[in-house]
Structures are given as structure tokens and as C-alpha cells.
Design a protein around this ligand. Sequence first.
Ligand code: 5GP
Length: 171
Amino acid sequence: MLETLISETELEAKVSEMARLIKDRYRDEPILLVCVLKGSLYFFSDLSRKLGLNVQIDFIQASSYGSGKSSSGVVQIRKDLDVNIEGLNVIIVEDIVDTGITLNHLRELLSTRRPKTLAVAALLSKTESRKIASPVEFIGFEIPNEFVVGYGLDYAESYRNLPYIAILREG
Ligand code: 5GP
């Protein structure tokens, strides 16, 4: 059963607001936006198109979930970046920060590559379930500790193309 948590209109407004904050912070400096596949697909696509032309994009894929609803706690890099990020302003674009384990791993990995700056933009944050306090510079929505799908987020690879965010309940 799906219960709407964040509507399409609310998503649109929030992504615009986040883009404004990012533009204010970086002014005319070039940015490399890193899409964390697959969940941040739509957030990344909408955000990047609101940021103007001084933006390059690249993709990374990490995995800490199997096909179910809970994290395995072991982060694997399934696809690495193509670009050398040394000296660049890098923003990691995440769908959701839950325990913080994935983000912490990505931050540590990318910071060893000596970017000029490294920040994170996450659409959703479940602060209640955080196990590792990893900084998130730009947060869209704080949400309760529920399993959500849509706008890129899946359950066993389904529901990603739902245009809004919903809580997935049993039964
Ligand atoms: P963390 O390492 O912070 O526990 O988990 C991060 C990853 O777990 C996210 O990028 C996302 O892929 C997945 N995840 C965490 N919570 C949810 C959720 O409520 N729904 C879905 N679909 N994925 C989630």
C-alpha cells in the first residue's frame, strides 16, 4: 500500500529552493555534480537542470542494500566516477541518508582524491536512524523512519518512476 508523503508540487518547490541555495554558495565557480545511482536519478536530473551552465556531471554507484528494506552495512562501489576530481568543487547528490553509512563511505573515498571542496546534497534525511554522523550541507526534507519509494527510490527495483514520494506499507 502506498501512502503519499511528498507530492510532485512539493518536490518541485524544494528542488528549486535547494538549487538556489547551491547557486548562492558557489556563485560562478564550476561544480562537478555526482549522481549516486540509481536512487538519486530524478532528483539529480531536476537539480542539475536548475543550476545553470557551470556544472559538469558524473555518476557513481554504491550499494549497501540488498533487494530488501534494510541495509547490509557493507558498502560496495559498483561503478566509479569517470572524472578526476582533484581540485574540483564536488557535490555528492544523494536520494536519502538513512544510517549515514553509504554517505560516510562516499565522502571518505572522494576526499582521498583531493577535491577543492566536497559537499553533499540529499533530498531526504531520516535523522532518527542515523548511525554515523556524516555532514550533509544541503538537505531537502527530514522524514520519519519509514521505508519510502518513488522519485528514484525503489523497493526491489520497482516504484522508481513514481513521480512523488510515498511510504510503502505492508499489505
Ligand atoms: P544508508 O547507508 O544511509 O543507511 O542508506 C543509504 C541508501 O539506502 C540510500 O541511498 C538508499 O538507496 C537506501 N535507503 C535508505 N532508506 C531508504 C528508504 O526508505 N527507501 C528506499 N527505497 N531506499 C532507502
